[in-house]
Design a protein around this ligand. Structure first.
Ligand code: PGA
Length: 262
């Protein structure tokens, strides 16, 4: 990810929202805020239908484009699916893989996540791979077991070099769209665990450089203390990314924390 700052990585997942004019206006507002967010790495992840529209607004700016999902084959008779080369051609740099809503409503498994991760990398897209436990797993003390299973199956077969192209997002399912955020301590515990796993599997350098995002009801009011945690490198923002002021506010708060010692 050369050429872009090393500061907070803030991705806005617009999910199934926004018309063309709304998407264009939101993207324009984010681009206009970039002079104040210079070291940040900002990604907008709109629905497929407005990728072109948003991509045109982002052209020439440092804001990158991402997609919300992909299929693992490059082409063929797969009605309704979109492939990695298509997303690349549409101007995407990133693609979400394994978001909990895909897992919950659309049958995504750790195995399909793995196929999609390989497909994304093959086309030069950087996948943002989402992991996270459901409430019942947390309450029964199985959070790290679930995360480990998602990581080992989802990232199977990747070399340390390929790992350099991957962004991870820890999103506790019970915190997504619920208004319940993991406390900074709860999030940090899992982030630190993920970094340890990366260290075990891919070595110290890869683990140190890895980008691990937190997601789940992130807002301007909670992003500063979350970002202060040592192993939180940025955010995957859902609801609050639909409001330019909130999204820019989150990025600003993360940047403020970044500017101080962790
Ligand atoms: P939320 O969504 O910020 O609305 O909780 C996060 C996500 O689903 O990525």
């Amino acid at each position: 990810m050369a050429g872009i700052g090393q500061g907070p990585f803030i991705a806005g997942n617009w999910k199934m929202h926004l018309t063309r004019p709304e998407a264009r206006a939101l993207a324009q507002n984010v681009v206009a805020a970039m002079p104040g967010l210079q070291e940040s790495r900002i990604v907008l992840i709109p629905p497929f239908t407005v990728l072109g529209e948003v991509g045109a607004v982002l052209a020439g700016s440092d804001v990158r484009l991402g997609a919300q999902d992909l299929f693992w084959e490059d082409r063929g008779a797969y009605t309704g699916e979109v492939s990695a080369p298509m997303l690349k051609e549409a101007g995407c740099a990133h693609v979400l893989v394994g978001h909990s809503e895909r897992r919950q409503y659309f049958g995504e498994t750790d195995e399909t996540v793995n196929r999609k991760v390989h497909a994304a990398l093959r086309s030069g897209l950087s996948p943002i791979v989402c992991v996270g436990e459901v409430l019942e797993e947390r309450e029964s003390g199985r959070t790290t077991e679930r995360i480990d299973a998602q990581l080992s199956a989802g990232l199977r077969g990747l070399s340390p070099a390929e790992m350099a192209g991957i962004v991870l997002a820890y999103e506790p399912v019970w915190a997504i769209g619920t208004g319940k955020t993991a406390s900074p301590g709860q999030a940090e515990e899992v982030h630190a665990h993920i970094r340890r796993r990366l260290r075990d599997n891919y070595g110290n350098d890869r683990a140190t450089c890895a980008i691990i995002l937190y997601g789940g009801s992130v807002k301007p009011a909670n992003s500063y203390p979350l970002f202060k945690e040592k192993n939180i490198d940025g955010f995957l923002v859902g609801g609050a990314s639909l409001d330019a002021a909130d999204f820019i506010g989150i990025a600003g708060e993360a940047l403020r924390a970044y500017g101080e010692e962790k």
